[in-house]
Ligand binder design. Structure first.
Ligand SMILES: NC(=O)c1ccc[n+]([C@@H]2O[C@H](COP(=O)([O-])OP(=O)(O)OC[C@H]3O[C@@H](n4cnc5c(N)ncnc54)[C@H](OP(=O)(O)O)[C@@H]3O)[C@@H](O)[C@H]2O)c1
Length: 351
C-alpha cells in the first residue's frame, strides 16, 4: 500500500494541508486589504513630533513608528494611566527613551491651553503636530452630549480642541528651518458630513442618526480646518497642513457602540472585524508618510488616503464655509485671549 493511499495520509495529511492552505489564503487576503506601507524610509533624529490621542489605536502606532525613526515624541492624552502604558510600550519597541506623556483633554479648552503652555515651556520647537485623537458617537453614561465648555462633544474633541491646540502651538511650528507639518486625521466619512454654523448640535435629529451625523460633521470640520489653515497668507512657507483618511481600522473607536447584545456580538463580530479591517499599524501608514516623506515638505492643503495624494482640499470642500468656520472657531475658543496667555517671546530652535 502506497503512502498516498494510507489512512494517515487521508485522515491527517489531507485535512492538515487543506486547513493550512485556507489559513494562508485568509492571511493573504487580510494582508491585501491592509493598504499601502509608508514608502518613506526617512529618519526623524532630532525632530519633535506631538501626537494627540497617542494612548490607543492609530495614534499609538504612529507614535511608535516616529519614535523608531529617532523622533522625540510627546503623547497628548486624557487618561495618564493609559498614556504611560502606551509610552512604556513605545519606549521598549522603539528602543527610545524620548517618549513623554502630557495631560491633554481635547474636550476642555482650558486643558488644551494648559497643554500648550507646558509644551511652550518644555519644547520651544515642534516639527510635526499630528491631530489624531477622536471619538465616535459618545453616549451617556460614558459621556455627556455636551462638554464642560458647552459644545457638542464630537465637534469639540475631534475638531475644536485641535483648532485651538494648533493655533496655540503655531509659534513652535513656525520657528524651524523647515515648515512645521500639521497633520489632521479625518475620515472618508467627511463626504457625508454637513455643517450649519447656526446649528452645530443638529437639533432636529435624534438618537443614532444624530450621533452619526455629528461624527460626520466633525470629520468634515477637520477637512475645512485643513483648507482654511493652508490658505493663510501669513503662514505660507512656514507650515504645511494636510489631512488624511486612515481607512477602516480595527481600533477602540467603537468603544461607545451599543449594538444590541453587544457583549455577545463582541465575540462574534471581532474575528470578522479583524479580517476585513486594517490593523492600527496599517492605519498609521498615511500619518507616518505625511510626517516623514521629504518630497512633501512643501505640500499643503491636500487630502491623502493610503499614502497617496487624492485631491486639494479646496476642490473637495466649500472654501467659504471653511473661512466662516475658522472665524466662528476663533470666537468659540476665545483664541486671541488664550493666545496671549500662552504666548512667549519668539524662541530660537534648540540645537
Ligand atoms: N478606526 C477607524 O476606522 C477610523 C476611520 C477613519 C478615521 N479615524 C480617525 O482616526 C483617529 C484615531 O482613532 P482610532 O481609530 O485610533 O481610535 P481609538 O483607538 O479610540 O483612539 C482614539 C484616541 O483619541 C483619544 N481621545 C479621545 N477623546 C479624547 C480627548 N477628549 N482628549 C484627548 N484624547 C482623546 C483616545 O484616548 P482615550 O484612550 O483616553 O479614550 C485615544 O487615544 C480619530 O480621529 C478617528 O476619527 C478612525
Amino acid at each position: 500500500m502506497s503512502f498516498i493511499n494510507s489512512p494517515v495520509f487521508n485522515r491527517v495529511i489531507v485535512p492538515l494541508s487543506f486547513f493550512s492552505s485556507a489559513f494562508g489564503a485568509i492571511l493573504l487576503i487580510k494582508e491585501s486589504r491592509g493598504g499601502k506601507q509608508c514608502p518613506s524610509k526617512e529618519r526623524l533624529d532630532g525632530k519633535v513630533v506631538v501626537v494627540t490621542g497617542g494612548s490607543s489605536g492609530i495614534g499609538k502606532e504612529t507614535a511608535k513608528e516616529v519614535a523608531k525613526r529617532g523622533a522625540t515624541v510627546v503623547l497628548g492624552c486624557r487618561h495618564m494611566g493609559r498614556c504611560e502604558k502606551a509610552a512604556k510600550e513605545i519606549r521598549i519597541t522603539a528602543k527610545s527613551q524620548h517618549v513623554v506623556c502630557r495631560f491633554l483633554d481635547l474636550a476642555s479648552l482650558d486643558s488644551v491651553t494648559n497643554f500648550a503652555k507646558i509644551i511652550n515651556q518644555e519644547l520651544p520647537h515642534i516639527d510635526v503636530l499630528i491631530n489624531n485623537a477622536g471619538i465616535m458617537k459618545p453616549r451617556p453614561p460614558k459621556a455627556t452630549p455636551l462638554t464642560e465648555d458647552g459644545f457638542e462633544r464630537q465637534l469639540e474633541t475631534n475638531y475644536l480642541g485641535h483648532f485651538l491646540l494648533t493655533n496655540l502651538l503655531m509659534d513652535n511650528l513656525t520657528n524651524g528651518e523647515q515648515p512645521g507639518r500639521i497633520i489632521n486625521v479625518t475620515s472618508a466619512a467627511y463626504e457625508r458630513g454637513s455643517l450649519d454654523l447656526e446649528d452645530v448640535e443638529k437639533s432636529s435629529l435624534e438618537g443614532e442618526e444624530k450621533l452619526t451625523e455629528l461624527y460626520y460633521q466633525s470629520k468634515l470640520a477637520n477637512v475645512l480646518f485643513t483648507d482654511a489653515l493652508s490658505r493663510k497668507e501669513e503662514l505660507k512657507n512656514r507650515i504645511t497642513c494636510n489631512c488624511l483618511n486612515p481607512g477602516v481600522v480595527h481600533t477602540n473607536i467603537d468603544r461607545y457602540s451599543t449594538i444590541p447584545l453587544y457583549a455577545l456580538s463582541v465575540y462574534l463580530y471581532k474575528p470578522f472585524q479583524w479580517f476585513i479591517m486594517k490593523t492600527p499599524l496599517q492605519g498609521a501608514q498615511t500619518s507616518l508618510y505625511l510626517s516623514t516623506e521629504p518630497t512633501l515638505s512643501k505640500t499643503t492643503g491636500s487630502y491623502f488616503d493610503d499614502c497617496e495624494f487624492v485631491s486639494k482640499t479646496s476642490e473637495i470642500c466649500d472654501c467659504e464655509l471653511a473661512d466662516k468656520l475658522w472665524e466662528a472657531s476663533k470666537i468659540w475658543t476665545r483664541l486671541n485671549e488664550r493666545h496671549t496667555s500662552v504666548s512667549h517671546e519668539p524662541q530660537e530652535r534648540k540645537s
